[in-house]
Design a protein around this ligand. Structure first.
Ligand code: AKG
Length: 264
């Protein structure tokens, strides 16, 4: 069983220090529980939120404070951290970068959001990722990670599923205005790829945008096993039986039935 916990967070806009303090307190609370989680998950752009005009000042350096902070927490509590994403400024460009740390505090994977969201003006302020997505391994299990708008591109999640991931993380600041897409697309990605899908969205409002919450844990059959509220900061948790992935892939063998050389 893999015990996964997500922080559906109300982010303090443009205030990385306040957000780091909130995350530190939350991590401490989780790790002093009797049942210690295996993986902690944070949302998208959790240090700054979408204060894009300020990112020149608030973005982290590539080996900056937030990266050290997450690595130290992972090592101190010996826990894997799917560190959501943060703004990172590198060679004059700003990226929306996801960060994954193992129990030793090592950065095992980083991913720059490929699809920048026009509805939130991301392409004006950020540079899209240029590296191919890859899977990563935590506690011996293959996993993948996408960021928010990436959810709309099924081929991205599929490429990770073809690599053999058992679990897909989706970190987000998905707005309430398109909440129906958020919910349905997550279930679709879980069903079509036969993976556990763990999403971590923010709640709250910033500069007129209301965010949707409804972070979800979805099993590889497509059932929502845990669902956050639409408007409250809260912690979501579940113990996942990864044998279910194998069982469902045996019962409905879509990966064996694929004929990719006939698709465009
Ligand atoms: O695709 C959407 O509707 C929302 C995407 C988004 O908010 C994001 O990528 O940050």
């Amino acid at each position: 069983m893999l015990h996964v916990v997500c922080f559906q967070m109300d982010i303090s806009p443009g205030d990385p220090e306040a957000n780091r303090q909130a995350v530190e307190a939350w991590v401490k609370e989780q790790m002093t529980n009797d049942e210690k989680p295996d993986i902690l998950v944070l949302p998208e752009m959790w240090t700054t939120a979408y204060r894009l005009k300020d990112l020149d000042k608030t973005a982290d350096a590539p080996k900056g404070e937030t990266i050290q902070f997450l690595s130290d927490l992972a090592k101190f509590y010996q826990v894997n951290i799917v560190g959501g994403s943060i703004a990172v400024k590198e060679a004059g460009e700003i990226y929306n970068r996801a960060l994954i740390f193992n129990r030793e505090g090592e950065l095992v994977y980083e991913y720059d959001k490929i699809h920048l969201v026009p509805m939130l003006d991301e392409p004006k302020y950020l540079t899209g990722g240029r590296q191919k997505v890859e899977s990563f391994t935590l506690d011996g299990h293959k996993m993948g990670m996408i960021i928010c708008y990436d959810l709309r591109f099924p081929e991205l999640a599929r490429s990770l599923a073809v690599e053999g991931i058992e679990l897909l993380f989706v970190v987000a600041e998905w707005p309430e205005a398109r909440a129906i897409h958020w919910e349905v697309l997550q279930q679709a990605r879980a069903i079509e790829n036969q993976v556990y899908l763990i999403s971590c969205n923010r709640v709250g409002e910033d500069e007129g945008t209301l965010f949707a919450g409804r972070s979800m844990f979805i099993n590889p059959w497509g059932e929502v096993i845990v669902k956050g509220t639409k408007d409250k900061q809260e912690t979501l948790r579940a113990k996942l039986d990864l044998d279910e992935v194998v069982e469902i892939r045996n019962n409905v063998p879509v990966f064996k039935s694929r004929v990719p050389h006939l698709y465009k």
